[in-house]
Design a protein around this ligand. Structure first.
Ligand SMILES: CC(=O)SCCNC(=O)CCNC(=O)[C@H](O)C(C)(C)COP(=O)(O)OP(=O)(O)OC[C@H]1O[C@@H](n2cnc3c(N)ncnc32)[C@H](O)[C@@H]1OP(=O)(O)O
Ligand SMILES: O=C([O-])CC(=O)C(=O)O
Length: 373
């Protein structure tokens, strides 16, 4: 008789496992802080625009005036929806989830780029810019075609967020809405080794290309335990209807052991560092659109859930209703997250490529013992 093999320590879901270093962002659950390249994200959201944050994530420093002007010009030059990408989107049924459409569009861009397999830093920065610039058109056009509306061409006189809203709705909303949108883009941009970023790093570690890594990351973000939660929050709000239904709805949901989307986090256990900033933007939108009923539903659900379970809201909880108020369809929320997070993903792809080791963990076999056929 052979002695049973000892079982090594297994960290399901890699919980608590440190797999590499990164200089891009620091998530600190003890101090409830999030730094992008050393800067607190709250300060960036209060004083910078999303283009400056994208530059910071890729280059490590904030841009000076000339660098920002050059960066903005490059972004504007890549805004138009390319005919082959539009044609590919038009082939997809409107029953497809918008995340599937965005994933396919990125894949088409990759397949059409003659430099796809050039993994130099310069080539990867150029590809990152082309995705950053193209994603607003992809996300906006897909929502419009579902509504039976035509493509809206970009406007060169507008910054990133104002142009994104213009391409989505055919008009530029009041500055208060543009600002809330820009804050959401900054807050969603980067969060260390989350599941989608780790996916991008795994794909990069095989020496695959940037577009493949981003395509895989989009697939990982789609799930409701990750980015898909902003959409799921709005579906929960629709299910509950109004604040007075929260208690019976929550009683039933908890009895059924349902996960309440928009709450909980693998790293933060005492609240997500980004929530107060996004909640402040949501509050300005609630005042602007005169929707105190939504504020009441938001506060009642979070108050009840935190009191009963001690589990706090994550960024998807305030951003879901914020995108709803801006006029986005619920299924478009996670593609908006993609348009922002592409900056963090590509920063990690470039970092991984510069200091690569194939990512290949081990597993402990617990299947049938060796036997003869
Ligand atoms: C931008 C982002 O991606 S932020 C995350 C967005 N995702 C969501 O909002 C989905 C809802 N939340 C969750 O599913 C989880 O909190 C996760 C996946 C985000 C983090 O999960 P983990 O760190 O793996 O914690 P885990 O899921 O093991 O939860 C620990 C306990 O809290 C419970 N719990 C955690 N979150 C929730 C929730 N939202 N609703 C109900 N119970 C929850 C779990 O059921 C578990 O209870 P148990 O110990 O009795 O089994
Ligand atoms: O860090 C995580 O696990 C999820 C998250 O909040 C993010 O990706 O923004």
């Amino acid at each position: 008789m052979t002695a049973p093999a000892s079982v090594p320590e297994i960290r399901k879901g890699l919980a608590g496992v440190v797999v590499d270093t990164t200089a891009i962002s620091k998530v600190n659950p003890e101090t409830n802080s999030l730094l992008y390249r050393g800067y607190p994200v709250q300060q960036l959201a209060a004083t910078k625009r999303f283009e400056e944050v994208a530059y910071l994530l890729w280059h490590g420093e904030l841009p000076d005036a000339a660098q920002l002007a050059e960066f903005r010009a490059a972004e504007r030059a890549g805004r138009a929806l390319q005919p082959n990408v539009k044609a590919a989107i038009d082939l997809l049924p409107t029953t497809a989830h918008p995340m599937d459409v965005v994933r396919t569009a990125v894949s088409v861009i990759g397949a059409s780029d003659p430099t796809t397999d050039d993994a130099s830093r310069e080539a990867n920065l150029a590809k990152s810019m082309s995705l950053f610039a193209a994603l607003p058109a992809i996300v906006a056009y897909d929502q419009r075609r579902r509504r039976g509306e035509d493509l809206v061409p970009p406007r060169d006189d507008l910054d990133y967020s104002a142009n994104f809203l213009h391409m989505s709705f055919g008009e530029v909303p009041e500055q208060v809405v543009v600002d809330a949108f820009d804050v959401s883009m900054i807050l969603y941009a980067e969060h260390s080794f989350n599941a989608s970023t780790f996916t991008a790093r795994v794909i990069t570690s095989t020496l695959s290309d940037l577009y493949s890594a981003v395509t895989g990351a989009i697939g990982a973000l789609k799930g409701p335990l990750h980015g898909g939660a902003n959409e799921a929050v709005m579906r929960i709000f629709d299910e509950i209807g109004e604040a007075e239904n929260v208690v019976p709805w929550l009683d039933a949901a908890l009895a059924e052991k349902r996960k309440i989307m928009g709450f909980g986090h693998r790293v933060y256990k005492n609240g997500d560092s980004r929530v107060p900033t996004m909640k402040a933007s949501l509050d300005t939108l609630i005042a602007y659109y005169d929707r105190p009923d939504l504020a009441e539903l938001y506060d009642t659900l979070s108050g009840e859930f935190v009191e009963r379970k001690g589990i706090h809201p994550n960024l998807d909880y305030p951003s879901g209703p914020a995108y709803h108020l801006m006029g986005y369809d619920t299924e478009t929320f996670t593609p908006l997250f993609v348009a922002s997070r592409v900056t963090g993903w590509t920063a990690h792809i470039i970092e991984q490529a510069a200091s690569n080791a194939l990512i290949r963990p081990l597993s402990h076999y617990d299947g049938v013992d060796e036997r003869s056929v």
